[in-house]
Ligand binder design. Structure first.
Ligand code: B12
Length: 309
């Protein structure tokens, strides 16, 4: 059971589920601590738990509601209108709100097909600067890679085009990983892929998500032997190792994960994510992270505790 130390005395657990501090919720929702307190006090938007010393502790349901409220406000509603709306009504209002425009990927695909590296780099760089790393990952890089995959599979795009685009994305996303000085204080999370898995961009994108959530990702590239991963985790003092499985190779991936789990001290968490992860028979003490939200929550807990637990 997680124990949350109350700075004013008691360290008794106040909830069976994980709970988050004000600072962690600010990072998870993008709302400042000031706004979080104001929405609670003035509008009763959420009512966090309190430790015996009075410190706020937010449940996952509070975080989910605050994210929904933030999205509603961004879509043009006032907080007063939506603060006490039931979740279904909020979801309906959000469905009716005009979505943020998605940048077109057609010009990018054209440049990639023509092996025009300068234009590809310029277009991608401009979108990264305009959207920020997270929106860039979800609205540009990810759909672009999936489109490249489909075209390649259909024989419409050559391997050189794919390699060129992958290499440009790798360097742009690598630049987005530069940690802030605050993030450097957080326990490192090592990102890589298992031996034989050359798809490393998904893992790099998960590392970008971790940086955005206030964590301290260390991306070491993919296709690493198990002993190398364990040594790298030791060298950087990783609190968690996050492995991306894309193509996967069934039993081999599961066996490598088992060997990696055995090679890491138990205090180091082992996380696995990516499109091929769900189908693997996971060894004990290996957690499947199914989506970005779950990764962000795990990172927030890690940052808050400051050390592996
Ligand atoms: C680029 C690419 C390559 C590049 C990779 C370059 C690089 N440096 O990474 C290269 C050329 C090396 C390559 C090789 C191959 N590829 Co390839 N490749 C792709 C492509 C186009 C993009 C993959 C990618 O980067 N996706 C990145 C993002 C967009 O997706 P994602 O992985 O799902 O990641 C997201 C989440 O899942 C999550 N996530 C990912 N990892 C992690 C980890 C953690 C811890 C967490 C929490 C979350 C998380 O975060 C990401 C962002 O949201 C895909 C097409 C596709 N549909 O994805 C094919 C694709 C994956 N490749 C495919 C194939 C078949 C191959 C080859 C076998 C081809 C061959 N015959 O040699 C080899 C496999 C080599 C090997 N053993 O690994 C198939 C896989 C089919 C399957 N299901 O098995 C695909 C789907 C293409 C297709 N449509 O057929 N490939």
């Amino acid at each position: 059971m997680p124990r949350h130390r109350d700075p004013q005395g008691s360290d008794a657990p106040i909830s069976k589920e994980p709970t988050y501090s004000l600072g962690a919720v600010a990072r998870l929702t993008g709302l400042s601590p000031h706004v979080l307190r104001a929405w609670e006090r003035r509008y009763g938007a959420v009512t966090p738990l309190r430790t015996p010393g009075g410190t706020r502790r937010y449940r996952e349901s509070d975080v989910a509601r605050l994210r929904q409220l933030r999205a509603a406000v961004q879509a043009g509603h006032t907080i007063g209108e939506v603060a006490n709306a039931p979740a279904e009504e909020l979801a309906r209002r959000l469905e009716l709100s005009p979505a943020l425009p998605t940048p077109p990927i057609a010009p990018l695909l054209e440049a990639i097909e023509q092996l025009d590296a300068a234009t590809t780099e310029r277009l991608l760089g401009a979108q990264l600067a305009a959207l920020g790393p997270m929106r860039f990952v979800h609205t540009v890089a990810s759909p672009l890679l999936h489109a490249i995959g489909s075209r390649w599979e259909a024989g419409q795009l050559c391997i050189a085009s794919e390699h060129m685009a992958s290499s440009i994305l790798r360097s742009l996303l690598g630049g987005a990983l530069r940690p802030t000085s605050a993030a450097l204080q957080a326990p490192p999370v090592l990102f890589t892929t298992l031996p034989g898995e050359t798809h490393e961009l998904g893992s790099l994108m998960a590392a970008v998500t971790t940086a955005d959530a206030g964590g301290h990702p260390v991306f070491v590239g993919g296709n690493l032997p198990v002993a190398e991963i364990a040594d790298a985790a030791d060298a950087v003092g990783a609190a968690a190792v996050a492995v991306g499985v894309c193509h996967g190779n069934g039993n081999d991936s599961a066996n490598s994960l088992g060997a990696l789990r055995a090679a890491l001290p138990l205090r180091v968490k082992l996380w696995v994510g990516g499109p091929g992860a769900g189908a693997l028979a996971l060894p004990p003490q290996v957690s499947h992270i199914s989506d970005t939200g779950e990764l962000e929550r795990k990172v927030a807990l890690l940052v808050e505790r400051g050390a592996p637990s």
